[in-house]
Design a binder for this molecule. Sequence first.
Ligand SMILES: Nc1ncnc2c1ncn2[C@@H]1O[C@H](COP(=O)(O)OP(=O)(O)O)[C@@H](O)[C@H]1O
Ligand SMILES: [Mg+2]
Length: 595
Amino acid sequence: MPKDKKNKDAIKEKIKEKLKQLSEEEPNRDDSTRESTQEEKTEEVEEKIDVPTDTESAELEEPNSEVSSSEASEEPKVEIVDEQPKEEEKRKMKVPLLANYSFESENIPISVKIVKLGDFVPRYEITTPTVDAWTRKMLESKLRGELVSEVKLDISEILDPKKFDEVKAKFMEGARRIIDRNFKEQLPDPRARNILSVYLLQNTLGLGKLESLLADEQLEEIVINNSQEPIWVYHKRAGWCKSNILLESEEQIYDYASTIARKIGRQINILNPTLDAHLPTGDRVNATLFPISQFGNTLTIRKFSKNPWTITTLIKSATVSPEVAALIWLCMQNELSLLVTGGTGSGKTSFLNAISAFIPANQRIISIEDTRELTLPKFLQWVPMVVREANPEGKGEITMLDLMINALRMRPDRIIVGEIRRQREAEILFEAMHTGHSVYATLHADNTEQTISRLTNPPINIPPQMLDALSGVVVTFRHRRFNIRRVLEFSEILKKGEFNVLHRWTIKEAGEGFTDKIKQISKMTRLTEQLSLYAGMDDREIADNVAEKVSVLKWMVKQGYESVDQVGRIVSNYYVDPDGVLEVVKKNQSWNFDE
Ligand SMILES: Nc1ncnc2c1ncn2[C@@H]1O[C@H](COP(=O)(O)OP(=O)(O)O)[C@@H](O)[C@H]1O
Ligand SMILES: [Mg+2]
């Protein structure tokens, strides 16, 4: 018997055995779960084909001799899965469906289902077009090498993170050429060839199996604990879920970690077994190697939100009223300092991000964060800075405090601080306010009273008279039972740490039944003083200006201008030519963003 044939038969036997074993292991799951389990398990078996276990098969060079089961033909097969489950299938599904959506990444359809199974956590099932094992092998063992040698890059391109998009485009072009050369006849459908090109690209330059997860904007975190467990994900609505993606080996996790490290000119290896890095995309990555992490290599990716909350989306979701948003806008226009406070996960950072778009374009902004979360309009003069942890020798740490002290030497007009936690940070923050900077920051506190109390008591201990430099406090709040987020209070700060709540969210009022409104509960006094001082406006003019801004905000909501740049563009145009903007608003016309 020829060596190849013998080898193929042996592997075929192994697959059969494995399948049998699997069907015995999973005897009493219901249909819907079995369907998905099988998908996963089949994949596992396929992977086994790719990794020959005996020395004979390891010698095989040609990709087409490595695949062996009788179903694996030597024709490429690309299966594009339906984006939505069929009605019938939906009805058949006995398990509660927590989410079901689809999106495209690199023109490839991807669909996601989140189901609640018998497990403690929901299961996140992502479906991408499948490429058969033979074609995958061909791509990975042969065409990947071709792609690397075909795309000519010079060293400056490889090392410059800013050139990543260019490098990627070059690789994509190369991948398309190679795929067309090899598969044009067998795969006349350009969509199928696109899938192969993207597969090739993602497995050469990118993070292979992780790419589709990275493309899902509903995910906040992607976590690999080791190669035995499926990848975990943190979904915006469903929280922690187990995904249907399993990695092949510890080496694969290590490969991903080193690919990431290389991109930013760092290394991860036995001597430096941890990596903590910010990618040029804003994502934050942490990797640790066995045996530092005892169960295996880990990878934690905290995804950077590409579509952050804007004032438009916050008004639309009733998180803030247009009136409060307009008042905050007026405060920011006139360089008054504000704090956004609230509980963990109440939406402080999101709110801070949204109101940052009110900063005029002729001012210099420095932001300081632990992890980069903020996104400001592209055209602002903005220097985002993030802290750095110490290296394994305990050197090179850059703290929030270091950055805040440094920021004051960078001639900023506005300073945005992600979160204030310690005394020295708060001291520097208030010093910055007292030296004429406008400052915006978040702080953990449940309401205005607690905000003042936290600031003026140990361990932060700011003298109450120092608080004069602060003009207002926005309190964000998450109602756990209804899972809604609201601005609970907007308060002005009076002298010596006194305060006055101007607007408050009410959920129920006697006689009115259920209400969900942010209502004005008192008249502003100190803010009026400050605004008349800075903007030269009297009471009447302030009220008119707020009303004007309310009309602009409502118009933006109506027109659906929800991106950071759209909001920023309108705000900046309003500063330069308010009448021009108001005319468009009054006529309810759309804005020409191309100009
Ligand atoms: N107004 C809102 N409505 C719904 N979800 C929100 C809102 N604001 C923020 N979120 C979501 O809540 C989570 C926590 O928000 P974040 O701003 O980071 O909170 P914090 O800074 O208070 O910890 C994020 O997933 C964010 O997308
Ligand atoms: Mg935050």
